[in-house]
Design a protein around this ligand. Sequence first.
Ligand SMILES: *Cc1c(COP(=O)(O)O)cnc(C)c1O
Length: 401
Amino acid sequence: MATRAAAAARHPAPHADARDPSLTRRPCSVHVRVPFLDLQAPHHELRAEIDAAIADVLDRGWFIRGQLLEAFEAEFAQYCGVRHTVGLSNGLDALHLVLRAWDVGPGDEVIVPSHTFVATWLAVTFAGATPVPVEVDPATYTIDPDAIAHAVTPRTKAVIPVHLYGQPADMTGVMAVAERHGLRVLEDAAQAHGARDQGRRAGALGHAAAFSFYPGKNLGAIGDAGGITTDDAALADRVRRLANYGSSRKYVHEEAGFNARLDEVQAAVLRVKLRRLDEWNARRAQVAARYAAALADGPVALPQVRQGAEPVWHLFVVRSAARDRLAAHLEAHGVQTLVHYPTPPHRQAAYAALAPAITDADPWPLATRLANEVLSLPMGPHLAERDVDHVAAALRSFDGP
Ligand SMILES: *Cc1c(COP(=O)(O)O)cnc(C)c1O
């Protein structure tokens, strides 16, 4: 969710009245030398192709459930190495509709990581089921298969491993636990387009996967967009129907569905950008390698890659017990950073009912600790080497904690 915050950073809330005397002691905002994410650069690079793709949609005059969606679905399925893709409105709907299509609902439990973007949990909540959080592996920040095994009850129907920050979860371990307990596995691949585990792509590692094509993701549309991948034809059909008012034939409604479709403009743009995904992921990997080399023995904990995993570096997340001071230090050097995520889902008001009395005994202390310590450095396929070096030098000059 890099970009929501990045967009917010570019369009900050209006400042309080500049004449307010309480503001005069504040330093004027520091010049941003290295922005967290450059959302313009990809579209500069592809502008002619994107313009042509959008013009093509207008010329066709067909905007919903057309040939461009079909083409994108086939191309993305092939890219991930699965039989089916269903294009959808966004990543949250993609997660939610798979759970619905599996008839996961009230009384059912779905195991989720304690440390993730809140949408992973919201999908479970919207399906009417109960999210059951388990802590992540402290080295890779992805779900711990042993923790899943301990959280299974007779009500558990599914588990949602999240390929957080672009690194695939330990899917061999997750699938083994799931098989033992008869659970469905839904990958949250919203941050992992193109990532591999044991040589296979995210999207092909569970029973189904949900993707977001939100603009700042590794494969991003020019608005909200999402989709699912699966080898299960019946599941793909049911999700497609649920996303189209519960209808597979016009004006015949087999069930109460939603409107959660991917439109032709987004599909057309995604087709253009899909052709660049591997190249752009490779550039992200170069940035990550450059950071890792420059920051070895530095003042922060670096991301760790699990054996067999090939991350796509949606984010480059470091850890420090002095995170807030570090972020301020970097900001003073013109480096924009973000936190993914500052409040764990179980401490959100939305989930107050889940953990009613979090006082001294936090049920998910690692999630809380990570929320206090993680910091995302600038990352993207268009980040220049000299900017990476500037960030690394600024970070190395930090003298805490
Ligand atoms: C972005 C994201 C989502 C939600 O996707 P949207 O398209 O924004 O609804 C879900 N899970 C994770 C891990 C994400 O990063």
